[in-house]
Design a protein around this ligand. Sequence first.
Ligand code: CP
Length: 363
Amino acid sequence: MSLSASQVEHEADPERKDGIIGNRPSPSAFLERSPKLRATVLDRLHHNSVLSATLFDKELLVELAKLAAYLQLGRFPAGHALEDKILAAAFFEPSTRTRLSFESAMLRVGGKTISVADAKTTGVAKGESMRDIGQMFNSYADVVVVRHTEQRAIQELSEYLKIPLINGGNGSDEHPTQALADWYALLKWCPEIAFGQLPEKFRLNIGIIGTPGNMRTVKSFLTLALLFHENINHITIFSEMADPLGDEIRELTNASPIGIDFSQNLKQSLEYLDVIYMNAIAFLGDGYRHFGGEFSLDGDSQLKPDTVILHPLARGEELGTDLDQSIHNLYFNQADGAVWIRQALLLSIFGRVRDVVPSTFLA
Ligand code: CP
C-alpha cells in the first residue's frame, strides 16, 4: 500500500504548536470522492437503537462517515440541532473516550447531557434492577448510551426502553460505536476503501493483535472489516489464545471471502501489514486481563513506511509512546474522530440530518 501520502493533511511534525500529532488524514479528501450525502440511507437509523456492529452495512457506514466528515470540517452550522434533546451517558464501567466523546458530540450541537460515571453512585450499589433503571431513562432522557461489565445487560435493558439505546461496550461482547470511529479513521486514510476497488496488489493486509472472541473492540472492528471485503486481501490475527475467534465471530468470518489466518509471529509479519489494529484488554468471564506482552509495537518495530496503527485506547505496554509522533499513529485521529462519527449517529437517530445539511449537499 502506498496510497496515504497524498491524503495526509498534517504529517507528523514534532514542531507543531497545537499539540496535534500523528497521521491526520483529511476529511475533505474523503468527501471529494462522493460529496453528496444520501440522507435516505441515514433515515434507516431514525429512532433506532445501536446494540451491535452488525446493524451497519457498507452503504450506511459510508454515508455516516460522510456526514461525520462534514461535521468535522464545520461546513454547515449545526450548533442548535439537538437543543431540545437530552442524552443520558450511563457508564457502569470506567471510560475516558466513549463517555466524553458522546457528551462532547451532544454539547456541540446544543444538546444536554446527564451522566453516570460510576455505578457506585447509582441505585445499582443498593441492588436496583436494570428494569427499574430502564424506566428512569425513559423519563429522564431522549437517548441513552450504556456501558456495562455484563454482556446481557444491554439486551436486558433494551427490553424496557422506549428511547433509543446505544451500546457503549458490554463486557466482552461488542463496542459498535468504537468500530464506527475505527473505520471513520481508516476511510479518511484511504477513501478508495469506501468508494473504489483497489488494484489487487494494493488490497489491504490487516493485522489484528487481540482476540475477537473476548475483546469487544476487536470483535466490532472485525465485524465492520468484513463489509469491505473487495478491498481487503487478508486478515491475520495475532493472539496468545488457542481459539481467538469464538463461535459467533467464526460464523461471520466463515461466510466472508476474506482469508483469515492466525499467527504468533508479529515481527515476521510486519513487512506485509498495511493496517495494524491492536488491543490488549480481554474479558475472561471473571474480569479484565491485560494481554499482548508478546505482541508489542514501538519506535524500533520494523513497520512498512506507510503502515498505520489503530488502537482503541487505553493503551498499556503493548504500544510505545515513541510511535506517537510518527506517521504510523492513526490512533489519536481515531480517538478525535469519535466525536464526529458519534455526532453523525446522534443526528441520524434523532432524524435531524436534513435540519443541518443544506439541500445543496444532499443527493
Ligand atoms: N475506546 C474506548 O472504549 O475507550 P474508553 O474505555 O476510554 O471509553
